[in-house]
Design a protein around this ligand. Structure first.
Ligand SMILES: NC(=O)c1ccc[n+]([C@@H]2O[C@H](COP(=O)([O-])OP(=O)(O)OC[C@H]3O[C@@H](n4cnc5c(N)ncnc54)[C@H](O)[C@@H]3O)[C@@H](O)[C@H]2O)c1
Length: 369
């Protein structure tokens, strides 16, 4: 005997991204107006730095608005983005009486939004979540697009799920308290977006990078909007990364590998910056970029306060091996997304945006760095 389980899925995962300053009140108003449906109990997930800066206030505001809210704090830093920390959050939430009728509010940078989004996706088989992004990196990339994940000892972001938030709040005021190194780290994904899809934005960054670092309001708003625009245009066409979305991986093959090999002494954006320089050099070796274009990319990254060379102390052999943990690897072969000039990506076939690269080819490029 056999049964056919007919389960057709029609999903509307659309959501708003609100960019502005001091959006805490907007968040509570939205929840009062039914953003999270019937949920009245909120788990505010944050880290030890953001707790005192923003998350406690948000928790208080939720309580004042008549909701039940508890704050759950993880130690700040990439080393908290683990399965163990997910388990800690789950157990703490269960202990505090959270069940399927709750929602998660992630308040923090990419570590918090990645971890909280993944936790929300499996807690009680899935509860809704909202991202309140407090870093430039989360605003530029991590909080938008629905990828959630944890790191493992082998590599970053290998375990996770696609899980779209109910809404994303990008609070530019929060960037004022970001340490300079973190602001620079966030600029790496911003520069990546311009390299792969927006020549005009690249030129704007060339003209305004110091303004952004100095917190100039108009420049910060410009990049917040352009980042979301580029990411949205790509994710809308290929949410599950079956092809086009791979272009957002520009610079991440070497970037993710070096981030792990450095044992997270390099911040995500710093690692991506070195990866962007590596892919640009690789792209030049195939004639997709000129010497001058590669120099422009590296100069912009450096002006943003980012590294473009492999730091002393990185084991280059280990780095080459680590490249094989990249999710783009197919049939055991390395694949790289490559930049075409400034503001473009090389397409290698129908819905194929990554080129097979031999270990010798990328090894030769890394030798120059
Ligand atoms: N899901 C995605 O699509 C995606 C995309 C890009 C990056 N990521 C992930 O994002 C993570 C990196 O994000 P990140 O750089 O935001 O890391 P993060 O969350 O660790 O934040 C960086 C640091 O800044 C602190 N901080 C946060 N907001 C602050 C504020 N307003 N003022 C002062 N300090 C503040 C944090 O406590 C932390 O120490 C990585 O894990 C990366 O893999 C995910």
């Amino acid at each position: 005997m056999k049964f056919r389980c007919t389960l057709k899925r029609v999903v509307d995962d659309s959501y708003d991204i609100e960019i502005g300053r001091g959006l805490q009140g907007r968040l509570t108003d939205d929840l009062k107006n039914g953003l999270a449906g019937k949920a009245r109990k909120f788990a505010v997930v944050t880290d030890s730095n953001v707790e005192g800066l923003y998350a406690s206030k948000i928790t208080d505001m939720l309580r004042e608005a008549g909701f039940s809210a508890e704050i759950f704090v993880i130690p700040a830093g990439e080393k908290s983005k683990t399965r163990q920390m997910k388990e800690f959050l789950e157990d703490s939430m269960l202990e505090k009486g959270f069940r399927r009728d709750c929602a998660v509010i992630a308040v923090g940078g990419g570590v918090v939004t990645d971890l909280a989004g993944f936790t929300a996706g499996t807690f009680g088989r899935g509860v809704p979540f909202v991202n309140y992004a407090t870093t430039l990196l989360a605003a530029a990339d991590a909080s938008v697009g629905g990828k959630t994940a944890v790191d493992t000892p082998l590599a970053t972001n290998l375990i996770g799920m696609f899980n779209q938030p109910l809404k994303v709040y990008i609070d530019i005021d929060c960037w004022k308290t970001l340490p300079k190194r973190q602001l620079s780290s966030g600029l790496a994904e911003t520069i990546k977006h311009s390299c792969l899809g927006d020549r005009e934005m690249f030129e704007y960054l060339e003209g305004h990078i110091e303004d952004i670092l100095a917190g100039d309001a108009a420049a910060c708003e410009y990049i917040a909007e352009r980042n979301c625009d580029i990411k949205y245009r790509v994710v809308m066409q290929d949410e599950r990364e079956s092809g086009l979305r791979e272009i957002l991986n520009l610079g991440h093959t070497v970037g993710r590998a070096i981030e792990t090999v450095s044992d997270y002494t390099l911040l995500h954006g710093e690692a991506v910056s070195i990866g962007l320089a590596a892919q640009a050099r690789l792209s030049r070796s195939f004639g997709f970029m000129t010497d001058e274009e590669v120099a422009r990319v590296e100069r912009l990254l450096e002006r943003a306060g980012l590294p473009v060379r492999i730091p002393e102390g990185i084991d280059r052999g280990a780095l080459l091996k680590k490249l094989y943990t990249d999710k783009k690897v197919r049939d055991g072969k390395l694949r790289f997304v490559l930049q075409q000039g400034i503001g473009g990506i090389v397409q290698f076939g129908d819905n194929d945006y990554a080129k097979r690269i031999s270990e010798e080819e990328i090894g030769a490029v890394l030798e120059t760095m």
